[in-house]
Design a protein around this ligand. Structure first.
Ligand SMILES: [Zn+2]
Ligand SMILES: [Zn+2]
Length: 340
């Protein structure tokens, strides 16, 4: 069967792989759509430190159930549309022992540390499936990238009435905005792209700041009555925004980092202490985050259609990645139609 391979920096092609075998507790899926995310672009650019080559990418998945292995519970039926949690957990590391399975020390994400879903069929344990009787295959494909933003809001313990600033309005940032606003927070969205800011408003942001045209720090203080946001979620991964989060957040506030910084970030650590900050990392997502996203999407409270900028057939994935690499600003979300 066909699959897309990344061979190394700037090199991707359509190739062949074997049909996976089905074991006990496993489900065979016919892949419908795959979303590409920033980590896939980084893998294509050779800048993802977690990936090894050759690698089949693909961790934002929608699919239908083709075949059930032995010992799969009865709620799963062939033909049902599903999405997939792309993570693993070892059960023994400190994170797993604390019940924080999303941050397993030995996690292997589909398409990163092991081959992913940009192929015709995959086999996964039934525990990784998330289903919805309402969402379409296109909508199911957008669940995973939103869960990452939802998880950051849980990490930040965002409560009703708080001021939350989200730096970066890509799919992950939009997920954080939707989740924080569904919890009753006042959300300030920050980006330098007008289209993304418009989407942020549709996702629930009550205020937007165009960070190129407006002085960000001053605007954040102004909007929050001088004190700064209670929570700042960084969903970009740049040293400047890493630092700005600490500078702009309120005293005794929370800073949540989702973006991986690609270079060293130097801080004046005085503010950590003086403000008595909670500085938190947020990695991947939990099963609860998947359920929360499905609920928000089923209520049709999120501008899903506008989030997608490109839908391309699987054989055109290499060109889609190359175009995205050349002109990142032209892309919001690329969906690969595996069956086209
Ligand atoms: Zn992703
Ligand atoms: Zn573990």
């Amino acid at each position: 069967m066909q699959a897309i391979y990344l061979h190394g920096p700037q090199s991707a092609s359509l190739g062949q792989t074997n049909e996976p075998t089905l074991g006990p507790g496993q489900v065979r899926l016919r892949v419908a759509m795959i979303g590409l995310c920033g980590s896939d672009l980084n893998s294509f650019r050779g800048k993802n430190p977690l990936v090894t080559y050759p690698r089949i990418p693909g961790h934002e998945i929608s699919a239908t159930i083709l075949e059930l292995g032995p010992d799969v519970p009865g709620q799963f039926k062939t033909g049902a549309p599903v999405t997939v949690s792309p993570y693993t957990n070892c059960g023994n590391c400190p994170s797993c022992r604390r019940g924080r399975l999303n941050a397993c020390q030995f996690n292997q994400t589909l398409g990163v540390q092991r081959d992913g879903a940009l192929t015709e069929q995959i086999v996964v344990p039934w525990q990784r499936l998330v289903s919805s009787g309402i969402l379409t295959l296109r909508e199911l494909c957008l669940v995973e990238p939103l869960t990452v933003g939802f998880h950051s809001v849980s990490r930040g313990r965002v409560a009703s009435g708080e001021w939350v600033a989200v730096l970066g309005c890509g799919t992950v940032g939009l997920g954080a905005i939707a989740c924080a606003s569904s919890r009753g927070a006042q959300v300030i969205a920050v980006d330098l792209d007008d289209t993304k800011l418009a989407l942020a408003e549709q996702a629930g942001a009550s205020h937007i700041i165009h960070s190129k045209n407006e002085p960000l720090l001053e605007r954040l203080r102004e909007l929050t009555g001088g004190g700064g946001p209670d929570v700042i979620i960084e969903a970009i991964g740049l040293p400047d925004t890493f630092r700005l989060a600490v500078e702009a957040v309120a005293f005794t506030g929370r800073v949540v980092y989702i973006g991986y910084a690609k270079e060293h970030v130097s801080y004046d650590t005085r503010l950590f202490v003086q403000k008595e900050l909670d500085i938190l990392g947020s990695r991947n997502a939990t099963v609860d985050d998947f359920a929360a996203v499905v609920k928000v999407l089923e209520a049709r409270q999120f501008p899903l259609d506008a989030t997608v900028s490109h839908v391309v057939p699987m054989r055109e994935t290499p060109e889609a990645l190359a175009n995205w690499d050349r002109d990142p600003a032209s892309v919001r979300k690329i969906l690969i139609d595996v069956q086209a």
